[in-house]
Design a protein around this ligand. Structure first.
Ligand code: HEM
Length: 362
């Protein structure tokens, strides 16, 4: 079969390939009258929003590809698939950093410049960004976990049109990155009996009971690592709860134990990609929350405490969203339970060998 790349092709033209002419026709300021832009900064306002939406499209493209890999029942943890997932999530982090910087450009518009055209926006708001909602939903922000879900999803003035509402609802039904990560963590095989049989680090007293010896030992080391100023009973109670009884948020105890184990032994070759994945998810949450905060600060400067064009209480609502709308906060919370690297128990040799790239004994 002939290689498609060898085909004689008509040369491409930059503007045609990128659809530049059409793209540049899409800025239609409402204050443009008889060829004159009455509110000069409305052009900036439109272009900034469009630039955000283009990057949102790219973010959704990356998330969809990562979800596809993580949905595989047997995603290879040290293989090319997982490498691509980590790489793409890192790209999402970099895009968010860029988006957060763009707020500086928008802030060159003064409140008075904004007032020149603000009333024309009646009902329209970034609140209605379908792609932003899809990013939140595909990462795993659930309706019940949001601040003021009643503000967020409706079809009254300031809410979504029927088509967007239906499409967001459809997105919310798909397995999210949060759910897929939880399942992926829960099936980690490090605590299979075969790896731990006869583990010399655990004195006899730790070998009984329902918990694997490693975690009995680890709990004791964790207790020793706490300072007098830490609330020991509270932290140990949370340790037991989170890792052995109720889990935390959407995470089961087994998946949180796997997350903690990966974070602790992240220097083991086979844990580099899994650690990279957990780290990128925590970073995405951090960048998203930076966006919410930068946006809130900008809104304060722009409209003070007036209500938003989308009909919410404005600053008050946005502050609530900053405080509440985290997606991977339980993963970040696992960090509370780390101990110093130098005090980590030595792993059984069988498991240690299995965590190297070349091993035959598994
Ligand atoms: C002058 C500039 C801006 C002002 C004054 C402003 C104001 C607001 C206000 C007051 C809200 C709350 C909802 C409402 O009642 O309207 C909101 C929500 C939102 N805005 Fe903006 N905004 C501005 C620029 C932007 C830009 C450039 C973006 C980029 C896409 C954006 C994205 C959003 C998003 C995603 C929400 C929903 C936040 C959430 O529910 O957590 N905004 N905005």
């Amino acid at each position: 079969m002939e290689c498609p790349m060898n085909h004689e092709r008509a040369p491409q033209y930059y503007g045609d390939y990128l659809g530049i002419e059409r793209l540049l026709e899409l800025q239609k300021p409402l204050s443009l009258r008889e060829g004159k832009l009455i509110a000069h900064d409305e052009m900036l306002f439109i272009i900034i929003h469009q630039a955000y939406e283009l990057w949102f499209k790219q973010i959704l493209h990356e998330i969809a590809a990562c979800a596809e890999v993580l949905s595989k029942p047997e995603a290879d943890d040290d293989g090319p698939d997982m490498n691509v997932v980590v790489h793409r999530f890192k790209r999402v982090v970099e895009i968010w950093k860029l988006l957060n910087q763009q707020v500086d450009v928008l802030e060159t518009m003064t409140p008075l410049d904004f007032l020149e055209f603000r009333e024309l926006l009646h009902g329209a708001s970034g609140f209605q960004s379908k792609q932003f909602r899809e990013i939140e939903a595909s990462l795993g922000l659930r309706m019940e976990s949001r601040f003021r879900p009643d503000y967020y999803k409706h079809t009254e003035l300031g809410g979504f049109n029927a088509k967007d509402f239906a499409e967001i609802t459809e997105f919310e039904q798909k397995p999210s990155i949060l759910q897929l990560t939880e399942r992926w963590l829960a099936r980690m095989p490090f605590f299979e009996e075969g790896f731990w049989h006869g583990w010399e680090e655990a004195p006899n007293e730790y070998k009984t009971g329902e918990r694997p010896a490693f975690w009995l030992r680890y709990r004791q080391l964790y207790e020793q690592s706490l300072s007098d100023r830490d609330d020991k009973p509270d932290l140990l109670g949370k340790f037991d709860d989170i890792f052995f009884h109720s889990g935390w948020g959407s995470f089961s105890p087994a998946s949180l134990r796997a997350a903690l184990f990966i974070m602790l032994y992240r220097d083991e070759p086979l844990f580099r990609l899994p650690f990279g994945l957990l780290n990128s998810l925590i970073e995405i949450d951090e960048q998203l929350s930076n966006f919410r905060y930068r946006h809130l600060q900008m809104v304060r400067r722009m409209i003070g405490t007036r209500v938003g064009t989308g009909g919410s209480s404005g600053e008050q609502y946005l502050q609530g969203a900053v405080n509440r709308n985290y997606i991977f906060k339980e993963l970040a919370g696992v960090i509370t339970f780390l101990i110093e690297r130098r005090n980590l128990p030595t792993l059984p040799s069988r498991l240690h060998r299995a965590l190297r790239f070349n091993y035959s004994d598994r």
